[in-house]
Design a protein around this ligand. Sequence first.
Ligand code: FES
Ligand code: FES
Length: 155
Amino acid sequence: MGKQTLSFTLNGEPIQIEVEPHLTLLQVLRDKLEFTGTKEGCGMGECGACTVLLNGKTVNSCIFPALEVEGKSVTTIEGLTDGQGNLHSIQKAFIEYGAIQCGFCTPGMVLSAKALLDENTKPTEEEIRHGIAGNLCRCTGYLQIIQAIKEASEQ
Ligand code: FES
Ligand code: FES
């Protein structure tokens, strides 16, 4: 099947790219655009490692058809810094609280936390747990992750 033109905004920058219609958003991000901060874990929509923001809401990019982001805004972990290399307050809190072990779940966790805090600036612990319920951490560092998100919410 022939390629189609896909136009969307990635981390604030306009993107236009020719893609095979069957590709997932994750494949386009990682393999075509080389935004490798987004990780592939299960590849089946179950672990959240591939989480990105689509118009501010989390999606599992491993099962999300790339062509469906046409005209929309995608944010990956690379888009969270301020353009001068300064980390987002959520990322700083993750470092401060040791909420990163192998780091594989971290981009997805941070983006889920961002979506949560953008909607609810002062979440309870239960709301934080709910907000990251779709993100699995194989290293089971949930306590530190929750503390880090709580800390970021207080800044
Ligand atoms: S890699 Fe997408 S949900 Fe696991
Ligand atoms: S830090 Fe290793 S999977 Fe979460």
